[in-house]
Ligand binder design. Structure first.
Ligand SMILES: [Zn+2]
Length: 486
């Protein structure tokens, strides 16, 4: 007998963030209608509101990829098992999470097919056919696809068995070109995440134990969530010649010698939506940066029983005016109390709420409520679109500044291992400490504190190590940023 899930109308409140962050997150995901559980274990349904956010994220990143010379393509979902097995480290890294297709068309397959956990293998195979000469290089291809990695513990957007992402795969003549591409993408990821999602990130290199299976070097962007845990928000890998050697991707170089290409791969996923929720949300629900808000403005008509006659026509005109100015706007015409509508749109994180009643129309003004500060402002209807656009920019900038402040307030540097362990008993955010480079040391730190090295920043953020490793006191190779992570 099948049991139908209870309608979740009983979920009238959201668990306060401070009380139970994890439950708060799940409440927000479901009540804001971003995603829902599905009958397939570990797989979520992305609902239209959540998918609209994904489309905005996609558009922003896709424009950046194209601006930097990349093109989109599509490779198959299925990968012959023998292909995945060609790069040893790669297959060892992914084997525990791989799903196989064993039957098709009512028959057992001669060779099992892997459902892509990532596409280096199938793309490497194709590149071997496509690349002959240095004139064919570089190849700069991206694809927007779904991925399957069998997960034991799942959480919507953060870790699901199937998820959506983009994966870029490039091939170059030299190591230095591949390295430049890897770091260019890391910069692109960081700036786009900060500009569009208002989510500040730390750019840096991963330790060997955290690098991508089969890569020479992995770099990541790491963000800090509202509960003090870090989120890896994107990765960029210099693959060296590992995949080129496994898949025999060679080219005739300018000096006529035959060489293996140098590769990179890089990805961001629907995980970014989880990052937005946990960076900006509050006890009332989602708080969306205008650049990823499906609706940047909601218009709520206020009035007595006859509001449809008195207020609605003017509200429709305002909607049209804002839409014509390129603002994503919706008009809530439902027969519900305004107070109920306010709570609903707050929960769904709409940056600006525009209230319009008979008195406002008389005064030729509207009332605008900001979701981020809850400030209310009277704004004249004359020049409304310009004012709304400016307010949206203010909200976007304020959310970013607020997140930077939170991140900085939750980042500290420690000197001794005692202090390190003590601080990590809570959920302090980032802890910066010198590290010796030994994976044994790193593993011991994880056992003692549950914290992992998120990355080792480069450039201005990455200070030269001072003193010895925080745990073993051997000479340090880097200042590492540690945190408990999603
Ligand atoms: Zn050490």
């Amino acid at each position: 007998m099948s049991k139908k899930p209870e309608p979740d109308s009983f979920v009238t409140e959201i668990t306060p963030r401070s009380q139970d962050f994890s439950k708060w997150y799940l409440d927000v995901v479901r009540r804001a209608e971003l995603a829902d559980y599905s009958p397939v274990k570990g797989c979520m349904v992305i609902r239209p509101y959540g998918y609209a956010m994904w489309e905005l994220i996609q558009q922003a990143f896709d424009a950046e990829f194209k601006r930097t010379g990349h093109v989109n393509a599509y490779f198959p979902l299925f990968i012959p098992e023998s292909l995945l097995n060609k790069e040893t480290e790669h297959v060892e890294g992914f084997a525990p999470q791989v799903a196989y297709v064993t039957h098709g068309g009512g028959e057992k397959l001669e060779e099992r097919l892997v459902v892509r956990p990532t596409s280096e293998a199938i793309i490497g195979y194709m590149y071997a056919n496509w690349i002959q000469s240095w004139r064919d290089l570089p190849i700069l291809i991206n694809q927007w696809v779904n991925i399957v990695r069998w997960e034991k513990v799942t959480r919507p957007f953060l870790r699901t068995t199937e998820f959506l992402w983009q994966e870029g795969h490039t091939a170059h003549e030299t190591h230095d070109e591949a390295q430049a591409e890897t770091l260019m993408i890391l910069d692109l990821y960081a700036s786009t995440t900060e500009r569009v999602l208002a989510m500040p990130v730390i750019k840096g290199q991963k330790s060997d134990s955290e690098k991508f299976a089969g890569a020479l070097r992995t770099y990541s962007i790491e963000a800090l969530m509202g509960d003090g845990r870090a989120l890896q928000a994107g990765t960029s890998h210099n693959l060296g010649q590992n995949f080129a050697k496994a898949f025999d991707i060679t080219f005739q170089a300018r000096d006529k010698s035959v060489q293996h290409v140098w590769g990179t791969s890089w990805g961001v996923s629907t995980r970014l939506i989880g990052g937005v929720i946990m960076t900006h949300g509050d006890d009332s629900g989602l708080v969306l940066p205008p650049n990823v808000a499906p609706y940047q403005v909601v218009i709520v008509p206020i009035g007595r029983h006859n509001w449809r006659e008195t207020v609605l026509p003017r509200a429709q005109e305002i909607r049209a005016e804002l839409a014509a100015a390129g603002i994503r706007v919706t008009l809530d015409e439902r027969d519900e109390r305004p107070g109920w509508k306010f709570a609903e749109w707050e929960l769904r994180g709409v940056p600006l709420r525009l209230e319009l009643g008979p008195k406002d129309i008389e005064k030729s003004a509207v009332l605008i409520a900001r979701r981020d500060t809850r400030e209310k402002l009277g704004v004249p209807m004359d020049g409304l679109a310009v004012r709304v656009r400016a307010l949206l920019d203010e909200v976007q900038n304020n959310l970013f500044a607020r997140a930077v402040k939170f991140r900085d307030e939750h980042t500290q540097r420690v000197a001794t291992y005692e202090e390190f362990k003590q601080i990590l008993e809570g959920r302090p955010g980032f802890v910066i400490a010198p590290w010796c480079g030994s994976s044994d040391c790193e593993a011991r730190i994880k056992t003692d504190t549950q914290a992992t090295i998120r990355n080792m920043p480069m450039g201005a953020t990455g200070a030269a190590p001072s003193g010895g490793c925080v745990r073993c006191d051997n000479p340090a190779i880097a200042e590492a940023w540690f945190a408990k992570a999603y």
